[in-house]
Design a protein around this ligand. Structure first.
Ligand code: NOJ
Length: 758
């Protein structure tokens, strides 16, 4: 028998973005809408870009100034700098008939000008206070320049490292992803959306955008509802529960209907079930793209989108150019247009724009706060905390501050690739290369000599695809052989080799899917050649995704995975390499051994023919040519110290429906340096009516443990933590046995079991 919970689905209490003085706002908007023409109402639903920033589609808007003057624009993005923002807002406020202020949007994805590590990197810190802080700083900087609406956080779960946008998300786990979504919404929106240094968050891309077939961006998605609701939806629900003001619809279809025109998704689930009361914006021309999806002409798909619950049309102008006609022809109603218009005006009201349309522009604050020493220090700290130590044989790391280091690799003295993807407002030239950072941190005590050793890729055609936003892959004038020989020679006369290698920043991100996710050949050769020198080999790897790197794993003595670390890259890497910061990052995505294992993720459901080991077994679920296990598991990451876990202690072995069960472990730092450990708790639901994941993350805590010290870490589980979505979308737990695992990684745990009884 199964006890049904009141559907979590059905009740969502909106907190962070509570309606400011509801009726006062309603009265204000009623009065304003009473004065608006139909054209002006439709104008509010139009989001334009003059083409600044990064255009992510083929279209950019024309005659933007004229349209603003004519009341045909509700929001704008790609306008940068306080002067331009002020000037643009002035056109709306002073020259349009009703003077309705504009929303100013942007993709402030991992920092504004102070660029933090890419989101997948930040997620590896498992530090929610840190993630909230980085979002807070991003909002403070962006708002000083006049922006009030952020197209972040991207909370798309992804289990496919071929998909380039894994760089922008929090990895593969729905629980961790939900915690991250909450932290980022809190960081951007603060507790008062009208404050001049907070901005409206957009949770994106609803829905399933992270699961395109073949890992190819914008491709078809198809999945069961139990997977959708148990894995892909939770971070959206969490962000909405935290008060996110806006939702962006995805490019892809959901159960055959493009997300931007999907009534079930945008109205029945998002609003009626989850209680979302903000507005929905399309992705870049995703309304128009419904024409390519075969759902009719621009007029038909625009009407479909509006009726589905989409409020604002990004760049495509389908709403602007066709809704008037659709109204006359009875294909949409005035009520449909009013509803969407009201939601946009409410957002402006909640941001305080009707009180002061210029409140977000503050040149003085911009001068003091943007790229301040304090913000840069925060970026350095965040980067160090995002790195994951994957291997460290014979304590190769930390490096001694003495002797000589051969610093080699195409990313070792490189400014152009430190920021990573989606750093629209960042200036790569302000970033700290690794060579500079190592010299800063090591001072004169170490001899650090540099050789490039290899190009990121030797292929000019490939480089051309990557270099769309500036020179990322720079092919040296010297031949690959000459560079390689120089690096080998340098390595041979040094005590240790540090090779900084990996992906250029635009090798991941939007429209940057890869079918082969290994290092480019030029860099593989470099690693092999460096190994030949017999010197201790440290790999510092930068990337926007998990790479396949079995060979590099075998060859290296130590590997520090740094993702794309942001503006303070070099300093943060040097902090960790020289032991100033003891690495504490843990992977938030599984690293496959080869691309054929993809999709590979720790929380896979059970099979009737499992193979628990790595030895091939006939008629079991496994491959002939590769073990089932990944190269590195979700939750994995080493430290310069070591941690021991006690047995799992439970305060009860039988749990009633209204009980909480306390789970604790003692964690001992058994090494000689202080360190932080991410203690992870997973559950396995042994008795169930539908198949379940072999493990599900349900809690974690990052603890600082001094060398030699023991700390008790306790978690409390309620029946909610044991619940899951059933095929009818009810959310409930089922009585029976549960195993609780606690450990340092999803594949290294201690366990105990208890029984849930009715
Ligand atoms: C397309 C991307 O999918 C979306 O995430 C982004 O916010 C928009 N372009 C605007 O730049």
């Amino acid at each position: 028998m199964r006890k049904l919970f009141a559907l979590i689905l059905s009740v969502v209490v909106l907190v962070g973005c509570s309606k400011p003085k509801g009726s006062e706002m309603d009265r204000f908007i009623d009065e304003l809408m009473g004065r608006m023409t139909t054209e002006e109402k439709i104008g509010q639903l139009n989001l334009v870009t003059p083409g600044g920033g990064i255009p992510t589609g083929s279209a950019v808007s024309s005659d933007v100034e004229g349209k603003i003057r004519d009341g045909q624009v509700g929001g704008i993005f790609g306008v940068t700098g306080p002067d331009k923002v002020r000037m643009t807002q002035q056109i709306a406020v002073e020259q349009s008939r009703l003077g309705i202020p504009l929303l100013f949007g942007s993709d402030v994805i991992h920092g504004y000008k102070t660029v933090f590590p890419i989101p997948i990197g930040l997620s590896c810190s498992w530090d929610m206070a840190l993630m909230e802080k980085t979002a807070r700083i991003a909002a403070q900087e962006a708002t000083a320049d006049g922006l009030n609406w952020n197209f972040s956080p991207m909370v798309d779960i992804s289990r496919d490292p071929r998909w380039g946008r894994v760089a922008e998300g929090g990895g593969e786990d729905p629980y961790l992803g939900s915690e991250i979504a909450r932290a980022m919404v809190r960081g951007y929106q603060g507790s008062d959306l009208t404050a001049a240094n907070t901005m409206m968050a957009t949770v994106k891309h609803l829905a399933l955008y992270g699961a395109p077939e073949g890992g190819r961006d914008y491709n078809t998605v198809d999945m069961s509802r139990i997977r959708m609701f148990n894995v892909y939806m939770p971070p959206f629900l969490a962000a909405i529960d935290e008060g996110a003001g806006c939702v962006m619809s995805a490019f892809n279809d959901v159960e055959g209907v493009p997300a931007s025109g999907n009534h079930w998704l945008l109205t029945e689930i998002l609003r009626d079930t989850w209680g979302f009361d903000g507005f929905v914006v399309s992705d870049y021309t995703s309304v128009n793209e419904m024409v390519d999806h075969g759902l009719g002409d621009l007029q038909a798909v625009s009407a479909l989108a509006l009726k589905a619950g989409l409020d604002m049309d990004m760049v495509g102008e389908g709403f602007l150019s066709t809704l008037g006609k659709s109204l006359q022809e009875g294909k949409v109603s005035m009520a449909d247009i009013d509803k969407a218009c009201r939601r946009i005006l409410e957002a402006k009201y909640k941001l305080g724009l009707f009180d002061d349309p210029y409140r977000y522009i503050d040149e003085k604050r911009a001068e003091i706060e943007i790229l301040s020493a304090e913000n840069r220090a925060a970026a350095r700290d965040a980067a160090a905390r995002s790195f994951v130590l994957l291997k460290n044989e014979k304590n190769t790391l930390p490096l001694k501050k003495g002797g000589s280091i051969a610093l080699v690799g195409p990313l070792a003295n490189n400014k152009n690739n430190m920021l990573g993807t989606w750093a629209v407002s960042g200036d790569p030239q302000l970033s700290i290369p690794v060579l500079e950072g190592m010299n800063n941190v090591a001072g004169n005590s170490v001899t650090i000599r540099y050789a490039k050793g290899a190009n990121i890729s030797d292929d000019p055609a490939y480089a051309a695809k990557i270099n769309v936003f500036g020179p990322r892959i720079d092919i040296d004038e010297r031949s690959p052989e000459v560079m390689l020989r120089e690096a080998e020679a340098l390595a041979s006369r040094s005590d240790v080799v540090v090779a900084v290698i990996g992906e250029a920043s635009e090798m991941s991100g939007e429209s940057s899917s890869r079918s082969d996710i290994s290092l480019p050949e030029s860099q593989k050769k470099l690693v092999r050649a460096l190994k030949q020198t017999g010197k201790p080999l440290v790999l510092v790897m930068m990337s926007g995704r998990p790479l396949t790197m079995e060979e590099e794993h075998q060859l290296a003595d130590a590997i520090l995975y740094t993702w794309h670390p942001g503006i303070e890259a070099g300093n943060a890497i040097a902090d960790v390499l020289f032991g100033g910061y003891n690495p504490s990052g843990k992977l938030t995505m599984t690293f496959p051994r080869n691309v054929g294992q993809v999709p590979i993720y720790y929380n896979h459901r059970t099979t009737g023919r499992p193979n628990p080991g790595d030895e091939f077994q006939k008629f079991r679920s496994n491959y002939l040519d590769v073990p089932n296990s990944p190269l590195y598991a979700f939750g994995y990451g080493l430290s310069y110290t070591s941690f021991d876990y006690s047995d799992v202690m439970l305060d009860r072995t039988t749990m009633g429906w209204n009980d909480n069960i306390n789970v604790s472990v003692d964690v001992t730092n058994t090494g000689s340096v202080d360190g932080e450990e991410v203690v992870q708790l997973y559950i396995y639901d042994v008795v169930r009516t539908i198949t379940q994941p072999v493990k599900k993350l349900k809690a974690f805590e990052k603890v600082f443990v001094k060398a030699g010290e023991t700390k008790r870490v306790s978690f409390s589980l309620s029946v909610d933590d044991l619940a899951f979505y059933h095929p009818d979308l009810s959310f409930s737990a089922e009585p029976g046995e549960f195993i609780v695992y606690v450990g340092t990684s999803s594949d290294e745990v201690v366990s105990a079991s208890f029984t849930l009884v009715e």
